[in-house]
Design a protein around this ligand. Structure first.
Ligand SMILES: Cc1cc2nc3c(=O)[nH]c(=O)nc-3n(C[C@H](O)[C@H](O)[C@H](O)COP(=O)(O)OP(=O)(O)OC[C@H]3O[C@@H](n4cnc5c(N)ncnc54)[C@H](O)[C@@H]3O)c2cc1C
Length: 372
């Protein structure tokens, strides 16, 4: 157990897959480090729907040089991957302060020392360090629609378990993997599913290849009701009100992007009855630690500024790793599989030494693009 107010060479925040991969390598280099995690290890993955499968092949999401096999040669499920992460922690005997959240962080420019304040249950702790690594992920809270009724008890931004919706009227808002997968699974357990999406169709390039034909088929057979080109404008305990949207291209000197206008003409609105409503419209990063520490946040994604050679941000000795590097991803480009290389760069920058290649995903130098 770490004593409160202790000083460390490095503090590593976040024990998702990339935080764990960094921890294995810091330990290998005998760096004095403290590892802090707000929830349990793999916390982001704990809120994936039960039995959901990764789109990445197992070898691409394996970490710390430890192979990941699945019994049926399929993609790993949430449950398999969490078990794998627990094995990693046990095998390398990683010491992690779990269920302890970093709530504040500052850096004293005169001493170059970081001060970290954490909260564990009702206790607060303070630690100091020379190097700080934020591997805190990018999906901290739902992207809210900010419409009336969004906080009703039968409305959720998280899909966890299809069984809850057996013989219930379920409306799902969204059209990416999470919404499409929820629609298919809930229809299969006997829910009456309506799927509403603000686009005309799903983007075949981003939907998991095994889901796309199935959702098209279920819509064609009318087992799922699909209402494209609509967005919800208000929610009651029993209804979702959808308004039609019209898309147009908006061109600036640098880019062209689509925008939509919402038609709120009462004649055009569609009321859908529901027992439950799932708003699967994405998640956003909590940037408060970056802001407190003075990290520049850039572009539409509010992406933390960092040097890709070292992963150091514009704040000296403050590093960022994993999906935390991406800000809030409007188009998903940064994943576990593209982030293994961050470990190599951070270890090199902090220790001046090359990391042990046996303790890293051996594909790490070859993956710059996600698999699908
Ligand atoms: C349904 C679903 C399927 C996905 N499938 C894939 C896939 O197939 N392949 C893929 O590569 N990615 C996939 N992803 C994305 C995947 O979740 C992330 O790529 C992965 O979790 C990122 O790992 P990470 O270590 O960078 O961040 P995370 O796993 O998000 O870890 C960050 C950790 O930091 C902790 N943390 C955050 N703030 C604090 C704080 N203030 N104090 C202390 N701790 C903190 C969090 O609790 C969390 O445990 C999927 C996501 C979802 C939702």
């Amino acid at each position: 157990m770490t004593t409160p107010s202790s000083h460390h060479n490095t503090i590593l925040v976040g024990a998702g897959p990339i935080g764990l991969e960094i921890a294995v390598n810091l330990k290998d280099k005998r760096v004095d480090f403290l590892h802090i995690e707000a929830g349990q290890i793999g916390q982001t993955i704990t809120w994936y729907p039960r039995n959901v499968r990764f789109f990445s092949s197992p070898e691409r999401i394996a970490i710390a040089g430890m192979p990941l096999h699945t019994a049926n040669q399929e993609k790993a499920s949430r449950e398999q991957y969490l078990a794998y992460l627990r094995s990693i922690v046990e095998h390398f005997d990683l010491r992690i302060n779990t269920h302890e959240r970093v709530v504040a962080a500052t850096r004293d420019p005169s001493t170059n020392i970081f001060t970290i304040q954490t909260q564990k249950h009702t206790q607060t702790y303070t630690y100091t360090c020379d190097n700080l690594i934020l591997a805190i992920g990018d999906m901290h809270k739902p992207l809210k629609l900010n419409i009336p009724g969004e906080d009703l008890p039968n409305v959720s931004h998280y899909f966890d378990e299809p069984h809850n919706y057996f013989r219930k009227k379920l409306t799902i808002i969204g059209g990416r993997n999470s919404a499409v997968e929820a629609a298919i699974r809930c229809q299969r357990v006997g829910a009456h599913v309506t799927l509403a999406y603000r686009r005309e169709n799903f983007d075949r390039d981003i939907i998991k290849y095994w889901l796309y034909p199935e959702i098209r088929s279920l819509i064609k057979s009318k087992d799922i009701t699909f209402i494209p080109n609509t967005t919800p404008i208000r929610i009651s305990p029993t209804h979702t009100t959808l308004a039609p949207v019209t898309w147009s291209d908006q061109t600036t000197s640098a880019t062209t992007h689509n925008t939509f206008t919402i038609n709120t003409d009462p004649e055009q609105l569609i009321d859908i009855t529901h027992d439950f409503l799932l708003l699967l419209t994405g998640y956003q990063q909590d940037t408060s630690l970056f802001k407190q520490l003075g990290v520049n946040l850039e572009g539409i994604n509010r992406q933390p500024h960092f040097d890709p050679k070292t992963m150091m941000t514009n704040v000296p000795n403050l590093y960022v790793a994993g999906t935390a590097t991406a800000g809030t991803q409007t188009k998903f480009l940064v994943f576990i599989e593209t982030s293994h290389i961050h470990t190599t760069r951070i270890i090199q920058s902090i220790t001046g030494a090359t990391n042990n290649p046996n303790l890293l995903n051996n594909l790490c130098h070859n993956i710059s693009q996600p698999e699908s």
